[in-house]
Write a protein that binds this ligand. Structure first.
Ligand code: MG
Ligand code: MG
Length: 265
């Protein structure tokens, strides 16, 4: 069942999503070699609660009867998504995708950003850039009158033209009072196919892109998803509202990227 959101609901979604961006910006300040993903989780959990929200990921159930044990997903290098924060320090040259979800005043925020730890190689930089570009190319298609497949195709064709893999098993999704609502938003598909996009449809668009092949497997913890060839993967996610002419991006990377720019000075 697809629920189109009222303008009031869109503003509630925006508040929850902006808080995710602020949380990720807090993490951006401290990401460096030596920091553990568990430390990042503590900072995120505290920041979300201090801002009157609930970390949606904590306790989120999976089909294996396990509840997610942390407030953010931290996926390092060959981990694609759903990495559980741990005590291993991040090292120079690593990348870490931090996916964060909040629930504020009954509405959900969901956004993800892949961070470089210290200096990363040029080819990994290119993967990050291309994945983020593909997210915005997908968002360009999220307008009234287009179809879901237009979003999917834009992401897939951009990433595959650079020789990267597009993960099939995990997809974007509708979002509202629940973090995961209909419809599913795949990162692969055909132009002109799928559901017609209507005004007020709110979706999380989230390309998960690999340096090598698109094949993945699940780690023994039943959460972490890893590339089969152990090559690195990137993941960027925005929550957007479909509008006429141009989508309204409800999450934001602005504060994150301001911190990153200041760090690089
Ligand atoms: Mg997410
Ligand atoms: Mg999501």
């Amino acid at each position: 069942m697809v629920y189109l959101k009222t303008d009031e609901e869109v503003e509630l979604l925006r508040s929850a999503n902006l808080l995710v961006g602020e949380t990720l910006a807090e993490l951006a300040k401290v990401i460096k070699p030596g920091v553990t993903t568990k430390q990042l989780n503590t900072i995120a959990d505290t920041f979300i609660r201090d801002n009157g929200a609930i970390p949606t990921f904590l306790g989120y159930p999976n089909p294996y009867g396990s509840s997610f044990p942390a407030s953010i997903c931290t996926s390092v290098n060959c981990q694609v998504v759903h990495g559980i924060p741990n005590d291993t320090p991040l090292a120079e040259g690593d990348i870490v995708s931090i996916d964060c979800g909040t629930q504020l005043n009954g509405y959900c925020g969901d956004s993800c950003y892949t961070f470089a730890v210290g200096e990363i190689s040029e080819d990994v930089k290119k993967l990050l850039e291309t994945t983020k570009e593909s997210l915005y190319k997908g968002i360009e298609q999220a307008v009234v009158g287009h179809r879901l497949g237009d979003i999917s195709h834009a992401i897939q064709s951009h990433c595959e033209s650079h020789g990267y893999g597009v993960v099939r098993e995990f997809v974007g999704h509708g979002i509202g009072k629940n973090m995961h609502e209909d419809p599913q938003v795949p990162n692969y598909g055909r132009r002109g196919n799928g559901m017609l996009l209507k005004n007020g449809l709110c979706i999380a668009i989230e390309p998960m892109i690999t340096m090598g092949t698109k094949d993945i497997y699940m780690q023994e913890d039943h959460w972490g998803i890893v590339t089969r060839d152990k090559k690195v993967a990137a993941h960027y996610e925005h929550t957007v509202c479909v509008r006429k002419g141009q989508a309204d991006i409800l999450s934001s990377f602005e504060k994150i990227e301001k911190v990153l720019r200041e760090k690089s000075l």
